[in-house]
Design a protein around this ligand. Structure first.
Ligand SMILES: [Zn+2]
Length: 359
């Protein structure tokens, strides 16, 4: 089959004779990949020596169609599925028994520890498959994973109807976090970013936007809230300065979720720390998403809300073929073009000429 292969650090190549990876479990079924999103983590993984091994096919945010009828399976050929990328490998771990798979010490992972979905086919354990409801576009369903990560973070908090929220970071996860805050009852949500193109999307969706390169988000929010601050804050950016901003814009008894994976060292001075104590803030960490208990889990919830209250289409900036894989990663690295959510569609044959497209 065709696959976009990371041969070594920084070297992506389209291969036409790549073998479909072995089934991780006996109950695995063959899935024809429909769409796979590029995750922010694929950049350090592919280009900053972040891969577990080489060669590797990356891609862990994906949807597809079941491509075989396996005896005993509850999935049939043609079923549309979203795929949870984490595969538990030790069922005796406590985190397995409590359904907290993201807390497991032993696990396998599509697109990082084993081959992922920048390819035509994958064999997927039945427990990792989620039926895509009829109302959901299958391309959009490839965003179930980041949408579930956003939901999982928001679910840490205790939101009341009418609350005000703020999200620092306006990329796909930040934007979906803002949407989940609204779905959970926040009346007004601020989205803070440095990129006007991301803020434009958020603004069109009805969020209050702040460009922190031109406006101090702390001053702006305190002014807009009569110095009260905001009770529900999510840091979805991952910079030392934005973690501090999150603490500064939280209101008394406010809740803050730290979602961004930090780049750099977080420091806080005595005054800000004391103010954190005085305001009795609660800070939560969040990691990945949950697929249990089935039905109310993050993934099933995302698929119920997607293409209804949760809109992902405005976040998709590029849909490209596998042949365009190396070019699109190059373009993301160069940061010359605007890329928000980039989705690779293995069944697309068209190859865009990036050199010509750049305007
Ligand atoms: Zn990811």
């Amino acid at each position: 089959m065709k696959a976009l292969v990371l041969e070594e650090n920084g070297k992506l190549k389209v291969k036409h004779d790549w073998s479909i990876a072995d089934a991780p479990t006996e109950d695995s079924v063959l899935v024809k990949i429909e769409a796979c999103g590029v995750c922010g983590s694929d950049i350090p993984r592919g280009f900053q020596n972040g891969a577990y091994h080489y060669p590797l096919v990356m891609g862990h945010e994906f949807s597809g169609v079941v491509a075989e009828n396996r005896e005993g399976s509850s999935f049939r050929e043609g079923d549309r599925v979203a795929v949870f990328p984490l595969i538990p490998t030790n069922t005796s771990e406590k985190a397995y028994q409590t359904g907290d798979y993201a807390q497991l010490r032993e696990y396998d992972y599509f697109g990082s520890r084993r081959d992922g979905a920048f390819s035509e086919f994958l064999k997927v354990p039945e427990a990792n498959l989620f039926h895509i409801p009829e109302h959901v576009n299958i391309l959009h369903a490839s965003m179930t994973e980041p949408a579930a990560v956003a939901l999982h973070g928001v679910r840490r908090m205790h939101i009341s109807a009418g609350d005000t929220g703020a999200v620092i970071g306006g990329g796909p996860i930040g934007n979906m976090t803002a949407q989940w805050l609204r779905i959970h009852g926040c009346k007004e949500v601020f989205v803070i970013d440095i990129d006007d193109r991301k803020l434009d999307i958020a603004s069109k969706m009805g969020f209050k936007t702040i460009n922190s390169t031109t406006t101090d988000p702390v001053e702006h929010i305190l002014e807009a809230t009569r110095n009260e601050g905001v009770p529900r804050v999510v840091e979805a950016c991952g910079l030392p300065i934005t973690f501090l901003q999150a603490i500064k814009i939280a209101s008394r008894a406010g809740e803050i979720v730290f979602m961004g994976n930090i780049h750099g060292e977080f420091k806080i001075n005595e005054k800000d720390f004391s103010s954190l104590l005085r305001r009795e803030l609660t800070i939560y960490g969040t990691w990945n998403s949950k697929v249990t208990p089935k039905g109310d889990d993050d993934w099933s919830t995302v698929l119920k809300y997607m293409d209804r209250e949760l809109q992902v289409a405005p976040l998709i900036s590029d849909v490209v073929s596998l042949d365009n894989g190396p070019d699109i990663f190059q373009s993301i690295l160069e940061k010359k073009n605007f890329h928000n959510k980039v989705i690779i569609k293995p069944n697309l044959i068209e190859k865009i000429n990036f050199a010509q497209r750049k305007k």
